[in-house]
Structure formats: structure tokens, C-alpha cells
Design a protein around this ligand. Structure first.
Ligand code: TYD
Length: 237
């Protein structure tokens, strides 16, 4: 495959989405051709499946059904978007991928690990990321961040569940230390971004030319300008 495939992982509230947003905008500034996706989702079918998975009313959903829905959403995304983008030479950045399934459905929910691995092979159609970043943060800090705007079905599972998710990630990182890199997610978004860029340079050499400080200051200007516009429109910033 001509492109580069990177996935981003971590427990709910680890700050992953902000970091993915930063890295996409940095890569765009550097002129790289990149596609940013999130799981579950990213195609019309996968977004519908996402709605089922995250709906707080679907409390009766059984773990096996949950597993298969994540895999169905993934298979559609891989075949419809990821495979062609990689073939065209793009950098594909995916907010969550099959390591989430291992951490959530096997380590946290308790489904058999080998069953989940086999399901992951099918759902990913054999596409393995070139590198995976796991943002690592203690569960209490992450959960406070994650539930500020109200909890979705998975976040509502609480501390013990998220602790098992984190353990699942740490175990995967130990087992696959070549592919999976841990990034300490404790600190300001700017500090974490510095660590992220450092971790990604070996697989995305274009990032070596990024001036992190200058980039972050442009980013802060942009966020201030957006907040001003929102205020002038009478919205909450
Ligand atoms: P989302 O709101 O996208 O969370 P985040 O911003 O933290 O990524 O919700 C995705 C939820 O789905 C999240 O709680 C993790 C969970 N999940 C699984 O349980 N298994 C999976 O295979 C994937 C991809 C996600």
C-alpha cells in the first residue's frame, strides 16, 4: 500500500479528539494529503451503526451484538474509504480502530480475547495500522473530562469499566510494542501535542519540519477568532 495508516486510541476523555484535530491541521499546513476518520462512523452506513451503538436508550444491547456492530461499521469504512485512500497514497488518520475493540469488548466487557481478535481480523479486512498512538491517562481525570457534557452509553459504564479499558490498552501496547506507542496524556493539550509529534516523526517524517511552538500559537489565534465569532453571533463560546 502506498499510503500510511495511523490510528489513535485511549479511554474516554483522554483528549484524543483534540490531538487528532491538531495533527490533521498540522499535516495540512505541511501540504500532506491526509484523510481523517473516526470509529465507529465515517460512511453513511457506519454512521447509522454508530447511532445504534452510542444511543443511551439501547441499554439492552448484548456484548456479542455490540462486537459485531463495531466490526460491521469498521468493515464498511475499510472497504469504502480506507482501502482506496491508502491505495491513492494518502495518510489515513483514524480516531479509534480495532485496538478499541480489544480494550472495550474483550478487556472491559469480558468477551473471549481470541474471539475478539478473530472478529477484528474480519472487521478490519486485514488492514493493520502502520502505527497506533495510545493516549494514556489515569481513569479519574479522564472520566471527569469525558462526562462534562453528559455521558453516552459507554461513558455511563463508570470508573471500573474504564479501568479495565485502560488495562486492555496497556496490555496491547506491551504485546505489540513495535506498532503501538504510548503517549502520556497528562498535561496541557500543548504539552501532549509536543509528545505526539515526537512519537509520530518516525512514521510520518514530514512532521520533523513542523515548528510545534509556532503551530500551536497559530492554532490558539484561530481558536480565539472562532470564539469571538461565536460570541458575536450570540452563541456560547
Ligand atoms: P465517541 O463519542 O466517538 O468517543 P471518543 O470521542 O472517546 O472516541 O464514542 C465511541 C465509543 O465507542 C467509545 O466509548 C469507545 C467505544 N468503542 C468500543 O467500545 N469499541 C470499538 O471497537 C470502538 C471503535 C469504539
Amino acid at each position: 500500500m502506498a499510503g500510511t495508516f495511523i490510528s489513535f486510541e485511549g479511554i474516554d476523555g483522554c483528549g484524543k479528539s483534540t490531538q487528532v484535530k491538531y495533527i490533521v491541521s498540522a499535516l495540512k499546513e505541511l501540504g500532506a494529503n491526509c484523510v481523517c476518520l473516526r470509529e465507529p462512523g465515517g460512511t453513511a452506513i457506519s454512521e447509522k451503526i454508530r447511532g445504534l451503538l452510542l444511543d443511551p436508550q439501547n441499554m439492552e444491547m448484548r456484548p456479542e451484538a455490540e462486537l459485531l456492530l463495531y466490526e460491521a461499521s469498521r468493515a464498511q469504512l475499510v472497504r469504502q474509504v480506507i482501502e482506496p485512500a491508502l491505495a491513492a497514497g494518502s495518510i489515513v488518520l483514524c480516531d479509534r480502530y480495532f485496538d478499541s475493540t480489544f480494550a472495550y469488548q474483550a478487556a472491559a466487557r469480558g468477551l473471549d480475547e481470541d474471539v475478539v481478535r478473530t472478529a477484528n481480523e474480519l472487521g478490519s479486512c486485514g488492514f493493520v495500522p502502520d502505527a497506533t498512538i495510545v493516549f494514556d491517562l489515569d481513569v479519574e481525570t479522564a472520566l471527569t473530562r469525558a462526562t462534562r457534557g453528559g455521558a453516552d452509553r459507554l461513558e455511563a459504564e463508570g470508573v471500573a469499566f474504564q479501568r479495565r479499558v485502560r488495562d486492555g490498552y496497556l496490555r496491547s501496547a506491551e504485546l505489540e510494542s513495535e506498532r503501538i506507542r504510548l503517549v502520556d496524556a497528562d498535561g496541557t493539550p500543548e504539552q501532549v501535542f509536543g509528545r505526539l509529534v515526537e512519537a509520530l516523526v518516525p512514521v510520518l517524517p514530514v512532521l520533523a519540519s513542523l515548528d510545534v511552538k509556532a503551530f500551536l500559537s497559530r492554532q490558539a489565534d484561530l481558536e480565539r477568532a472562532m470564539a469571538d465569532i461565536a460570541l458575536s453571533l450570540g452563541e456560547d463560546a
